[in-house]
Design a protein around this ligand. Structure first.
Ligand SMILES: Nc1nc2c(ncn2[C@@H]2O[C@H](COP(=O)(O)OP(=O)(O)OP(=O)(O)O)[C@@H](O)[C@H]2O)c(=O)[nH]1
Ligand SMILES: [Mg+2]
Length: 235
């Protein structure tokens, strides 16, 4: 496996405290094709990231979905890129899970792998996060008719075909549900892979009970609007 054909897309917003160690670890493991999409962070995210990765800067904060779209489109323009990994900047995703994520895509068993924290027994996830994620599984089943064990996991590996097919239009957090909906509509072959999501003290400190609930309601609302839009466009 040529590690230079594997491109990482890492959306980042105000992650100066942790992004250096995340990127350093990827470099240490032989991964150098790393695209960080820095979304107008007010801290040193850009300065730190450019030591280890290619950085795309957004002049305005456009959201995680817009960052992924920009990063994935950039990768598709690189002829050497065969696989795209979407990976978080806050240390929640583990390089140790990468081979399991990559293998089914490289072996052509599927076109995209989706990380699932619920297929792993080990987790220190806060209860509110657990509850909202479980609720979103039911919502996804109703809206997208896909029965997954984890719908909002940012750890994915896709081949070029999947990356081209999946259209990310949602700029903010609703992109995760949108990606799953696109997988269903475009019949992209997927496989869920157990991954450990690290709820380190840095991440827990960022959690805000009301913000998490507000975000979930917002995502649900956006997805309902998307479904109506698709329905009317098809009629
Ligand atoms: N480019 C960009 N990246 C973002 C933005 N918001 C969050 N991110 C990044 O997207 C990744 C995931 O965001 P988080 O807020 O940690 O979301 P999450 O991991 O789904 O949720 P938690 O479990 O609460 O951490 C991290 O690398 C963030 O830095 C944004 O507005 N723009
Ligand atoms: Mg996170």
């Amino acid at each position: 496996m040529n590690k230079n054909s594997i491109y990482f897309v890492i959306p980042a917003y105000n992650e100066e405290k942790i992004i250096g160690s995340v990127l350093k670890k990827l470099n240490k493991n032989g991964y150098f094709k790393i695209i960080v999409i820095n979304d107008n962070s007010s801290d040193n995210t850009h300065k730190i990231s450019k030591k280890y990765a290619y950085v795309i800067n957004h002049k305005k904060n456009r959201g995680q979905g817009a960052a992924l779209r920009h990063g994935i489109n950039y990768c598709l323009k690189q002829s050497k890129c065969k696989y795209i990994v979407t990976f978080d900047a806050d240390g929640q995703h583990r390089i140790e899970d990468l081979n399991n994520m990559l293998k089914p895509v490289i072996d052509k068993k599927c076109e995209i792998t989706l990380g699932s924290r619920f297929l792993c027994k080990k987790s220190n996830m806060p209860f509110i996060k657990w509850f909202l994620l479980k609720l979103s599984l039911v919502f996804t089943l109703l809206i997208s008719h896909i029965n997954l064990t984890d719908t909002h996991n940012g750890y994915r590996v896709m081949n070029r075909y999947a990356a081209k097919c999946i259209e990310i239009k949602e700029n903010c957090m609703a992109h995760a549900s949108e990606i799953i909906d696109e997988i269903g509509i475009k019949k992209i072959k997927y496989k869920e892979i157990p991954v450990i999501i690290n709820y380190n003290p840095y991440v827990i400190k960022k959690h805000n009970f009301y913000a998490l609930i507000k975000r979930s309601i917002f995502v649900a609302f956006k997805m309902i609007i998307r479904k109506f839009r698709l329905l009317f466009n098809n009629n």
